[in-house]
Design a protein around this ligand. Sequence first.
Ligand code: FEO
Ligand code: CA
Ligand code: CA
Ligand code: CA
Length: 551
Amino acid sequence: MTEINRRKFLTYVGTGAAALTVASAGLGGLAPKVEAKGRNAANNLFGFNKKVSGLNFKPIEPTDTDDVILPKGFKYEVVAAYGDKINEAGDTFGFNCDFTQYLPINGSNHGLLWVNHEYSSDLFVQGKPAGANGKYTPEQIEQLLYVQGGSIIEVKGDRKGGWKMVTNSKYARRITGLTPFELTGPAKGSQAMENATNVQGTFANCSGGLTLWNTVLSAEENYESTSRAAGLNENHYGWIVEIDPFDPNFKVRKHTALGRFHHENAAMGLTNDGRVAVYMGDDVKDACVYKYISKNKYIESRGKANSDLLEEGTLYVANMKKGEWVAMTIENVRAAIKGKADLEAKFQTQADVLVYADEASILLGGTPTDRPEDVEISPFDKTIFIAHTNNDRHGNFHGHITRFIEDNNDLGSLTFDFEIFAAGGKQSGFSAPDNLTFDSNANLWTVTDISSGSLNKGIHKNFKNNGLFVIPTVAHKNVKEEEVGEAYQFASGPVEAEMTGPSFTPDETTLFLAVQHPGENTRDINNPTSMWPHRKGDTMPRPSVIAITGF
Ligand code: FEO
Ligand code: CA
Ligand code: CA
Ligand code: CA
């Protein structure tokens, strides 16, 4: 394993003893260029040893304890849990939190935290068992829509590393399945959208990303059950939405140019000529990896007006056999479906291609993959890391992390190569990689999502509860070459939970993490399978965001 990782690493950066020098000399030149453009993560290029996250912990063993277990010297506290009041108006924190993004007000001690809320629970939110199959009342539909979407909360740290939610915040508010959204891009007002230019709400918000202009992108993933329950048009969901947590006057919007599918996340970077590139996965078995490239260039001084870069551009799908990004234009789709009457009827405009992007991508030769979840762009070398979580259709039960290497290290390149960077399984100690985030030492922080029905049994037994792993992607002073590609367990989650949305404060002294669906398999509300976060007087488990300190 060690030897394979080392070989893979050297294949990419060069060979022999000179490899590290090559890496520094060859890629170091990227640093000032990218930094000058203000990419948050890229500011840390080659900032090795400047920050504290790194690998300075003793890895933990897998455990089935009903708690968040951390290495010695680290602690966590709950910042916000389902149902907590977030502001004086009485808005409450939503259910099943996922993506988190810290936005500084004052450095790394005081800021806003955007949190996605992915889905509800009939049992814990509505008080009836899942599958009870009764129709929702209008009040229950309102509740179903309210507990999803996102929360903007204000958080403050004290000098001892403790974090609290500021509940009299002037910023704190909710974005929910009831919030009005505007549409942008080619599908706005189109027939496939029933001519809508504005739509109701966002839900099924899984992971997301930060734009270069410091707004949040949130990804609508498994929208079907909620849109059906609420009688809403399904085509209005499955988009990438944009929110400015600081500014309630920034109209929340859905960018149709980025396509509609089961969006997991959106990772933004810059092409070598200054356009915006957004990488995205469609988290479905046998679904594709996408990239959007804006028509126009990013101009830092335009600030949030750069949002219009997400309105006009080209959506591409990855053909991994050819190593090509295929443009998803109506012309290309029409050429691919020539003579097939039913498809010719379905795909008549660019809007049709975007609304039914998951179908169009396969028609264009996009490669069906093993459930692409989170995607991250390495701040070290601009390679693209994709968590392919698993796909039992192909016997890929443990998943893997794929790494795309764009030609010329250019996110604007239309050709690429790829490698399997790390594979889940007994040999690596992790299974079902999901959300990813980089620290400034180019370590990839990877959470796992073994489904609640598979946890702690069969081939998943030895992994115990879901975890958070650190996988170095580059060797340097604190990371030996043989450690690259190896997974070191940093955290273990509560019973039947998945940990999601890891994100660091800029100084990397705090890691925010969402704990989603603890006790998910509970059938009897009086006898939950998890009671995390074990709050005094509480009678049920609560999805919560935690702050981990001790780095
Ligand atoms: Fe919501 Fe694909 O995880
Ligand atoms: Ca996920
Ligand atoms: Ca991520
Ligand atoms: Ca998942």
